[in-house]
Design a binder for this molecule. Structure first.
Ligand code: AMP
Ligand code: GLY
Length: 428
Protein backbone atom coordinates (compact mmCIF):
# COMPACT_ATOMS: atom_id res chain seq x y z
CA UNK A 1 0.00 0.00 0.00
CA UNK A 2 1.28 3.45 -0.80
CA UNK A 3 1.29 5.64 2.27
CA UNK A 4 0.44 9.32 2.09
CA UNK A 5 2.85 11.38 4.15
CA UNK A 6 2.72 15.04 5.10
CA UNK A 7 5.99 16.84 5.90
CA UNK A 8 5.55 19.92 8.08
CA UNK A 9 8.19 22.64 7.67
CA UNK A 10 10.06 24.39 4.88
CA UNK A 11 13.77 24.39 5.78
CA UNK A 12 16.82 22.44 4.67
CA UNK A 13 15.98 19.76 7.23
CA UNK A 14 12.52 19.29 5.77
CA UNK A 15 13.91 19.24 2.22
CA UNK A 16 16.15 16.36 3.36
CA UNK A 17 13.16 14.60 4.96
CA UNK A 18 11.12 15.06 1.78
CA UNK A 19 13.97 13.73 -0.37
CA UNK A 20 14.27 10.61 1.80
CA UNK A 21 10.55 9.86 1.41
CA UNK A 22 9.61 11.08 -2.06
CA UNK A 23 10.24 7.83 -3.97
CA UNK A 24 8.45 5.65 -1.43
CA UNK A 25 5.15 7.39 -0.76
CA UNK A 26 2.66 9.97 -1.89
CA UNK A 27 4.16 13.12 -0.45
CA UNK A 28 2.61 16.39 0.65
CA UNK A 29 4.22 19.28 2.47
CA UNK A 30 3.20 22.48 4.16
CA UNK A 31 5.28 25.39 5.43
CA UNK A 32 5.18 29.13 5.85
CA UNK A 33 7.69 29.65 3.02
CA UNK A 34 7.63 28.25 -0.50
CA UNK A 35 10.70 26.00 -0.50
CA UNK A 36 11.39 25.14 -4.16
CA UNK A 37 13.17 21.88 -3.35
CA UNK A 38 10.28 20.52 -1.32
CA UNK A 39 7.71 21.75 -3.83
CA UNK A 40 9.51 19.95 -6.65
CA UNK A 41 9.45 16.66 -4.72
CA UNK A 42 5.94 16.82 -3.30
CA UNK A 43 2.66 15.89 -4.95
CA UNK A 44 1.16 18.92 -3.30
CA UNK A 45 2.30 21.87 -1.21
CA UNK A 46 0.37 24.41 0.88
CA UNK A 47 1.51 27.64 2.50
CA UNK A 48 0.51 27.15 6.14
CA UNK A 49 2.08 28.47 9.36
CA UNK A 50 3.84 25.47 10.91
CA UNK A 51 2.52 26.48 14.34
CA UNK A 52 -1.12 26.67 13.27
CA UNK A 53 -2.27 23.22 14.43
CA UNK A 54 -5.78 23.66 13.06
CA UNK A 55 -4.58 24.60 9.57
CA UNK A 56 -2.00 21.81 9.49
CA UNK A 57 -4.66 19.27 10.47
CA UNK A 58 -7.05 20.71 7.88
CA UNK A 59 -4.44 20.24 5.14
CA UNK A 60 -3.51 16.75 6.39
CA UNK A 61 -7.18 15.76 6.30
CA UNK A 62 -7.68 17.39 2.93
CA UNK A 63 -4.89 15.33 1.33
CA UNK A 64 -5.87 12.20 3.25
CA UNK A 65 -2.49 11.83 4.97
CA UNK A 66 -1.77 8.61 6.88
CA UNK A 67 1.41 9.87 8.49
CA UNK A 68 3.14 13.15 9.21
CA UNK A 69 6.73 14.11 9.94
CA UNK A 70 7.14 17.32 11.88
CA UNK A 71 10.36 19.24 11.22
CA UNK A 72 10.49 22.33 13.44
CA UNK A 73 10.34 22.53 17.23
CA UNK A 74 7.97 25.49 17.03
CA UNK A 75 5.30 23.13 15.62
CA UNK A 76 5.90 20.59 18.40
CA UNK A 77 5.66 23.34 21.01
CA UNK A 78 2.36 24.43 19.46
CA UNK A 79 0.89 20.94 19.86
CA UNK A 80 0.81 20.09 16.15
CA UNK A 81 1.70 16.44 16.85
CA UNK A 82 -1.13 16.18 19.40
CA UNK A 83 -3.60 17.68 16.95
CA UNK A 84 -2.56 15.37 14.10
CA UNK A 85 -2.65 12.28 16.32
CA UNK A 86 -6.08 13.25 17.60
CA UNK A 87 -7.27 13.64 14.00
CA UNK A 88 -6.07 10.10 13.19
CA UNK A 89 -2.88 11.10 11.35
CA UNK A 90 0.11 9.45 13.06
CA UNK A 91 2.64 12.18 13.76
CA UNK A 92 6.30 11.16 13.87
CA UNK A 93 7.17 13.77 16.44
CA UNK A 94 6.48 13.96 20.16
CA UNK A 95 3.32 15.34 21.66
CA UNK A 96 3.61 18.70 23.40
CA UNK A 97 4.17 17.08 26.81
CA UNK A 98 7.19 15.05 25.66
CA UNK A 99 8.51 17.86 23.45
CA UNK A 100 9.14 19.78 26.69
CA UNK A 101 12.41 17.88 26.68
CA UNK A 102 13.44 20.54 24.16
CA UNK A 103 11.02 23.39 24.72
CA UNK A 104 11.66 23.77 28.47
CA UNK A 105 15.29 23.51 29.53
CA UNK A 106 14.37 23.58 33.23
CA UNK A 107 12.06 20.60 32.73
CA UNK A 108 14.81 18.89 30.72
CA UNK A 109 17.39 19.11 33.52
CA UNK A 110 14.90 18.14 36.24
CA UNK A 111 13.77 15.16 34.16
CA UNK A 112 17.40 14.06 33.78
CA UNK A 113 17.86 14.27 37.51
CA UNK A 114 14.66 12.40 38.34
CA UNK A 115 15.09 9.70 35.70
CA UNK A 116 18.77 9.23 36.53
CA UNK A 117 19.86 10.07 33.00
CA UNK A 118 23.68 10.10 32.99
CA UNK A 119 25.69 13.13 31.82
CA UNK A 120 23.72 15.93 33.54
CA UNK A 121 25.84 18.97 34.48
CA UNK A 122 25.33 20.79 37.81
CA UNK A 123 22.43 23.17 37.34
CA UNK A 124 20.03 25.53 39.11
CA UNK A 125 16.77 27.11 37.92
CA UNK A 126 15.82 30.74 38.69
CA UNK A 127 12.64 32.72 38.25
CA UNK A 128 14.11 35.84 39.78
CA UNK A 129 16.78 37.72 37.83
CA UNK A 130 18.55 39.12 40.88
CA UNK A 131 18.77 35.68 42.48
CA UNK A 132 20.30 34.38 39.27
CA UNK A 133 22.81 37.26 39.29
CA UNK A 134 23.73 36.51 42.91
CA UNK A 135 24.30 32.86 41.96
CA UNK A 136 26.64 33.97 39.15
CA UNK A 137 28.59 36.11 41.66
CA UNK A 138 28.88 33.30 44.18
CA UNK A 139 29.60 30.41 41.78
CA UNK A 140 33.09 28.98 41.78
CA UNK A 141 33.75 28.47 38.06
CA UNK A 142 32.15 29.37 34.73
CA UNK A 143 28.44 28.99 34.02
CA UNK A 144 26.27 28.63 30.94
CA UNK A 145 23.28 30.99 31.11
CA UNK A 146 20.23 29.53 29.37
CA UNK A 147 16.74 30.96 29.00
CA UNK A 148 14.39 28.05 29.78
CA UNK A 149 12.23 28.53 26.66
CA UNK A 150 12.91 28.24 22.92
CA UNK A 151 15.35 30.77 21.43
CA UNK A 152 16.33 29.12 18.16
CA UNK A 153 19.67 28.07 19.65
CA UNK A 154 20.71 31.69 20.06
CA UNK A 155 19.74 32.58 23.65
CA UNK A 156 22.52 30.78 25.51
CA UNK A 157 25.51 32.77 26.80
CA UNK A 158 28.54 30.93 28.09
CA UNK A 159 30.65 32.73 30.69
CA UNK A 160 34.37 32.38 30.02
CA UNK A 161 33.68 31.73 26.34
CA UNK A 162 31.31 34.34 24.89
CA UNK A 163 30.74 36.68 27.83
CA UNK A 164 32.18 37.86 31.15
CA UNK A 165 30.14 37.39 34.36
CA UNK A 166 29.27 41.11 34.25
CA UNK A 167 28.01 40.81 30.66
CA UNK A 168 25.99 37.73 31.57
CA UNK A 169 24.26 39.60 34.39
CA UNK A 170 23.62 42.62 32.16
CA UNK A 171 22.13 40.26 29.57
CA UNK A 172 19.75 38.71 32.13
CA UNK A 173 18.70 42.11 33.44
CA UNK A 174 18.12 43.42 29.93
CA UNK A 175 16.14 40.44 28.65
CA UNK A 176 14.16 39.79 31.85
CA UNK A 177 13.47 36.13 31.07
CA UNK A 178 10.78 34.43 33.23
CA UNK A 179 13.00 31.47 33.99
CA UNK A 180 16.66 30.76 33.40
CA UNK A 181 18.82 27.72 33.90
CA UNK A 182 22.35 28.32 35.12
CA UNK A 183 24.60 25.35 34.69
CA UNK A 184 28.19 24.29 34.89
CA UNK A 185 30.12 25.23 31.76
CA UNK A 186 31.12 22.08 29.92
CA UNK A 187 34.46 22.17 28.09
CA UNK A 188 35.25 19.90 25.17
CA UNK A 189 34.04 19.13 21.66
CA UNK A 190 30.36 18.98 20.77
CA UNK A 191 28.65 16.23 18.81
CA UNK A 192 25.09 15.18 18.07
CA UNK A 193 23.41 11.79 17.89
CA UNK A 194 19.91 11.57 16.45
CA UNK A 195 17.75 8.54 17.26
CA UNK A 196 14.43 7.33 15.87
CA UNK A 197 12.15 6.54 18.80
CA UNK A 198 8.78 4.83 19.11
CA UNK A 199 7.00 2.43 21.44
CA UNK A 200 9.83 2.44 23.96
CA UNK A 201 12.44 1.46 21.36
CA UNK A 202 15.11 3.45 19.54
CA UNK A 203 17.64 3.25 16.72
CA UNK A 204 20.63 5.57 16.43
CA UNK A 205 22.33 7.26 13.48
CA UNK A 206 25.96 8.40 12.97
CA UNK A 207 27.37 11.14 15.21
CA UNK A 208 27.45 14.60 13.58
CA UNK A 209 29.39 17.72 14.45
CA UNK A 210 27.66 21.03 13.78
CA UNK A 211 29.34 24.45 13.70
CA UNK A 212 27.33 27.02 15.62
CA UNK A 213 29.53 30.08 15.28
CA UNK A 214 28.83 32.38 12.36
CA UNK A 215 32.39 32.90 11.12
CA UNK A 216 35.38 30.82 10.14
CA UNK A 217 37.64 29.68 12.95
CA UNK A 218 34.61 29.44 15.30
CA UNK A 219 34.37 33.22 15.69
CA UNK A 220 31.30 35.40 15.96
CA UNK A 221 27.79 34.94 17.30
CA UNK A 222 25.94 31.62 17.60
CA UNK A 223 23.67 30.65 14.72
CA UNK A 224 21.23 27.81 14.08
CA UNK A 225 24.25 25.96 12.62
CA UNK A 226 26.50 26.86 9.68
CA UNK A 227 27.33 23.32 8.59
CA UNK A 228 28.21 19.87 9.79
CA UNK A 229 30.02 16.64 8.99
CA UNK A 230 29.88 12.91 9.62
CA UNK A 231 32.58 10.28 9.20
CA UNK A 232 32.35 6.89 7.47
CA UNK A 233 31.31 5.05 10.66
CA UNK A 234 29.15 5.97 13.63
CA UNK A 235 31.85 7.90 15.47
CA UNK A 236 33.83 11.11 14.73
CA UNK A 237 37.61 11.53 14.44
CA UNK A 238 38.00 13.26 17.84
CA UNK A 239 35.96 10.61 19.68
CA UNK A 240 37.54 7.63 21.45
CA UNK A 241 36.26 4.05 21.60
CA UNK A 242 33.29 3.96 23.92
CA UNK A 243 32.28 7.64 23.56
CA UNK A 244 29.52 6.89 21.03
CA UNK A 245 28.22 4.05 23.21
CA UNK A 246 28.27 6.25 26.33
CA UNK A 247 26.11 8.81 24.50
CA UNK A 248 23.74 6.05 23.36
CA UNK A 249 23.37 5.00 27.02
CA UNK A 250 22.13 8.54 27.72
CA UNK A 251 19.51 8.29 24.96
CA UNK A 252 18.51 4.87 26.27
CA UNK A 253 17.83 6.34 29.73
CA UNK A 254 15.74 9.14 28.18
CA UNK A 255 13.60 6.68 26.23
CA UNK A 256 13.14 4.58 29.34
CA UNK A 257 12.09 7.65 31.32
CA UNK A 258 9.68 8.84 28.62
CA UNK A 259 7.95 5.70 27.33
CA UNK A 260 5.41 7.72 25.31
CA UNK A 261 8.12 9.54 23.35
CA UNK A 262 7.97 9.18 19.56
CA UNK A 263 9.81 10.84 16.70
CA UNK A 264 13.42 11.93 16.54
CA UNK A 265 15.36 12.32 19.76
CA UNK A 266 18.38 14.55 19.22
CA UNK A 267 21.10 14.41 21.86
CA UNK A 268 23.56 17.31 21.89
CA UNK A 269 26.68 16.20 23.77
CA UNK A 270 29.85 17.83 24.98
CA UNK A 271 32.69 15.36 24.89
CA UNK A 272 34.63 16.34 28.00
CA UNK A 273 37.73 14.81 29.57
CA UNK A 274 35.25 12.73 31.59
CA UNK A 275 33.29 11.51 28.56
CA UNK A 276 30.05 12.78 26.99
CA UNK A 277 27.86 15.21 28.97
CA UNK A 278 24.48 16.49 27.83
CA UNK A 279 24.32 20.04 26.45
CA UNK A 280 20.65 19.62 25.58
CA UNK A 281 18.04 17.43 23.93
CA UNK A 282 15.99 18.38 20.90
CA UNK A 283 12.73 16.73 19.99
CA UNK A 284 13.29 16.64 16.21
CA UNK A 285 15.97 16.26 13.55
CA UNK A 286 18.77 18.80 13.68
CA UNK A 287 19.13 21.37 10.97
CA UNK A 288 21.72 20.95 9.36
CA UNK A 289 22.28 17.48 10.87
CA UNK A 290 19.32 15.88 9.03
CA UNK A 291 21.08 16.70 5.75
CA UNK A 292 24.08 14.60 6.81
CA UNK A 293 22.08 11.71 8.21
CA UNK A 294 19.21 11.05 5.81
CA UNK A 295 21.27 10.91 2.57
CA UNK A 296 23.40 8.06 4.00
CA UNK A 297 20.46 6.16 5.52
CA UNK A 298 19.93 3.11 3.31
CA UNK A 299 16.98 1.73 5.26
CA UNK A 300 13.89 3.35 3.76
CA UNK A 301 12.79 6.09 6.15
CA UNK A 302 9.17 5.21 5.35
CA UNK A 303 9.78 1.79 6.96
CA UNK A 304 10.76 3.53 10.19
CA UNK A 305 7.58 5.60 10.09
CA UNK A 306 5.21 2.73 9.41
CA UNK A 307 6.84 0.49 12.04
CA UNK A 308 6.50 3.31 14.57
CA UNK A 309 2.85 3.82 13.72
CA UNK A 310 1.98 0.14 13.63
CA UNK A 311 3.80 -0.56 16.93
CA UNK A 312 6.09 -3.01 15.18
CA UNK A 313 9.80 -3.36 16.00
CA UNK A 314 11.75 -0.51 14.40
CA UNK A 315 13.94 -1.74 11.53
CA UNK A 316 17.67 -2.10 12.17
CA UNK A 317 19.27 0.82 10.33
CA UNK A 318 21.90 0.50 7.64
CA UNK A 319 24.04 3.35 6.31
CA UNK A 320 26.00 3.79 3.09
CA UNK A 321 29.35 4.25 4.84
CA UNK A 322 29.99 7.59 3.15
CA UNK A 323 31.36 10.55 5.07
CA UNK A 324 29.35 13.74 4.56
CA UNK A 325 30.07 17.46 4.74
CA UNK A 326 27.25 20.01 4.74
CA UNK A 327 27.82 23.75 4.30
CA UNK A 328 25.12 26.36 4.58
CA UNK A 329 24.90 29.51 2.48
CA UNK A 330 23.32 32.25 4.61
CA UNK A 331 22.20 35.82 3.87
CA UNK A 332 24.85 38.51 4.37
CA UNK A 333 24.65 39.78 7.95
CA UNK A 334 23.11 36.56 9.34
CA UNK A 335 22.37 36.04 12.23
CA UNK A 336 22.53 39.60 13.65
CA UNK A 337 21.25 41.71 10.78
CA UNK A 338 20.34 39.39 7.90
CA UNK A 339 19.87 40.75 4.43
CA UNK A 340 16.34 39.38 3.98
CA UNK A 341 14.34 39.84 0.81
CA UNK A 342 17.49 39.67 -1.32
CA UNK A 343 16.99 37.97 -4.67
CA UNK A 344 19.50 35.16 -5.09
CA UNK A 345 20.31 32.83 -7.94
CA UNK A 346 21.16 29.17 -7.40
CA UNK A 347 22.57 27.36 -10.40
CA UNK A 348 21.30 23.82 -9.79
CA UNK A 349 23.31 22.47 -12.74
CA UNK A 350 26.65 23.38 -11.21
CA UNK A 351 25.98 21.50 -7.97
CA UNK A 352 27.31 18.37 -9.72
CA UNK A 353 27.40 15.22 -7.59
CA UNK A 354 26.78 17.15 -4.38
CA UNK A 355 23.25 17.45 -2.98
CA UNK A 356 21.48 20.81 -2.86
CA UNK A 357 18.97 21.49 -0.10
CA UNK A 358 16.91 24.64 -0.13
CA UNK A 359 16.17 26.16 3.27
CA UNK A 360 14.57 29.43 4.40
CA UNK A 361 14.06 30.87 0.95
CA UNK A 362 10.83 31.93 -0.64
CA UNK A 363 10.08 31.12 -4.26
CA UNK A 364 8.11 33.90 -5.92
CA UNK A 365 6.99 34.42 -9.49
CA UNK A 366 10.12 36.35 -10.37
CA UNK A 367 12.71 34.31 -8.50
CA UNK A 368 14.13 33.14 -5.22
CA UNK A 369 14.35 35.44 -2.18
CA UNK A 370 16.22 35.20 1.11
CA UNK A 371 14.40 35.37 4.45
CA UNK A 372 16.04 36.18 7.79
CA UNK A 373 17.48 32.66 8.13
CA UNK A 374 19.79 30.24 6.34
CA UNK A 375 19.21 30.09 2.57
CA UNK A 376 20.44 26.77 1.18
CA UNK A 377 22.96 24.04 1.87
CA UNK A 378 25.20 21.82 -0.18
CA UNK A 379 26.16 18.33 1.00
CA UNK A 380 29.16 16.41 -0.32
CA UNK A 381 29.56 12.68 0.17
CA UNK A 382 32.71 10.59 -0.16
CA UNK A 383 34.89 7.79 1.13
CA UNK A 384 36.50 10.16 3.65
CA UNK A 385 35.73 13.54 5.24
CA UNK A 386 38.23 15.32 2.91
CA UNK A 387 36.64 13.68 -0.16
CA UNK A 388 33.16 14.76 0.99
CA UNK A 389 34.45 18.27 1.74
CA UNK A 390 35.89 18.62 -1.75
CA UNK A 391 32.59 17.57 -3.30
CA UNK A 392 30.71 20.08 -1.16
CA UNK A 393 33.09 22.88 -2.19
CA UNK A 394 32.75 21.97 -5.87
CA UNK A 395 28.98 22.09 -5.46
CA UNK A 396 29.14 25.52 -3.88
CA UNK A 397 30.03 27.01 -7.22
CA UNK A 398 26.23 27.39 -7.28
CA UNK A 399 26.26 29.82 -4.39
CA UNK A 400 26.37 33.20 -6.12
CA UNK A 401 27.61 36.31 -4.36
CA UNK A 402 24.78 37.42 -2.06
CA UNK A 403 25.39 34.72 0.52
CA UNK A 404 28.08 33.84 3.05
CA UNK A 405 29.56 30.38 3.71
CA UNK A 406 31.92 28.94 6.32
CA UNK A 407 34.36 27.31 3.97
CA UNK A 408 36.44 25.89 6.84
CA UNK A 409 33.81 23.28 7.82
CA UNK A 410 35.08 19.74 7.18
CA UNK A 411 38.53 20.93 6.05
CA UNK A 412 41.42 18.79 7.38
CA UNK A 413 42.86 21.70 9.38
CA UNK A 414 39.63 22.25 11.35
CA UNK A 415 39.02 18.54 11.94
CA UNK A 416 42.63 18.26 13.13
CA UNK A 417 42.06 21.13 15.55
CA UNK A 418 39.15 19.20 17.10
CA UNK A 419 41.36 16.13 17.56
CA UNK A 420 44.17 18.22 19.09
CA UNK A 421 41.68 19.90 21.45
CA UNK A 422 40.42 16.55 22.76
CA UNK A 423 43.97 15.20 23.07
CA UNK A 424 44.93 18.26 25.10
CA UNK A 425 41.90 17.90 27.41
CA UNK A 426 42.63 14.23 27.91
CA UNK A 427 46.28 14.97 28.64
CA UNK A 428 47.46 12.91 25.67
P1 AMP B 1 21.55 25.00 23.46
O1 AMP B 1 20.54 26.01 23.04
O2 AMP B 1 21.31 24.40 24.80
O3 AMP B 1 21.91 24.03 22.37
O4 AMP B 1 22.92 25.83 23.61
C1 AMP B 1 23.50 26.47 22.51
C2 AMP B 1 24.99 26.29 22.59
O5 AMP B 1 25.46 26.84 23.81
C3 AMP B 1 25.44 24.84 22.62
O6 AMP B 1 25.53 24.27 21.36
C4 AMP B 1 26.78 24.97 23.30
O7 AMP B 1 27.75 25.39 22.37
C5 AMP B 1 26.54 26.07 24.29
N1 AMP B 1 26.22 25.50 25.60
C6 AMP B 1 25.01 25.18 26.09
N2 AMP B 1 25.11 24.67 27.33
C7 AMP B 1 26.42 24.66 27.65
C8 AMP B 1 27.18 24.24 28.78
N3 AMP B 1 26.60 23.75 29.90
N4 AMP B 1 28.53 24.39 28.72
C9 AMP B 1 29.13 24.91 27.64
N5 AMP B 1 28.48 25.31 26.54
C10 AMP B 1 27.14 25.19 26.53
N1 GLY C 1 21.82 22.34 14.51
C1 GLY C 1 21.26 22.49 15.78
C2 GLY C 1 19.80 22.27 15.85
O1 GLY C 1 19.15 21.85 14.92
O2 GLY C 1 19.27 22.53 16.92
Amino acid sequence: MTETVLVVGGGGREHAIARSLADDCTLYACASNRNPGIRALADGFAVVEETDAEEVVAYATDVDADLAVIGPESALAAGVADALDDAGVYAFGPREAEARLETDKAYQRRFMEEANVPGCPDFAVFEDTEEACAYIDAYDGDLAVKPAGLTGGKGVKVIGDQVTPEEAKAYLREEGYDRVVLEERLVGEEFTIQAFVANGEFRTTPAVQDHKRAYEGDEGPNTGGMGSYTDTGLSLPFMDDGDYEAAVDVLDAVVEGLPEYKGVLYGQFMLTDEGPKVVEFNARFGDPEAMNTLPVLETPFIDVLTAARDAEPLPELSFSGDATVCKYAVPEGYPVDPDSGARIAVDEESVGDALLFYASVDERDDGLYTTTSRAFAVVGRGSSIPAAEEQAEAGLAAAGDRVRIRHDIGKPSLVQRRIAHMNELRGE
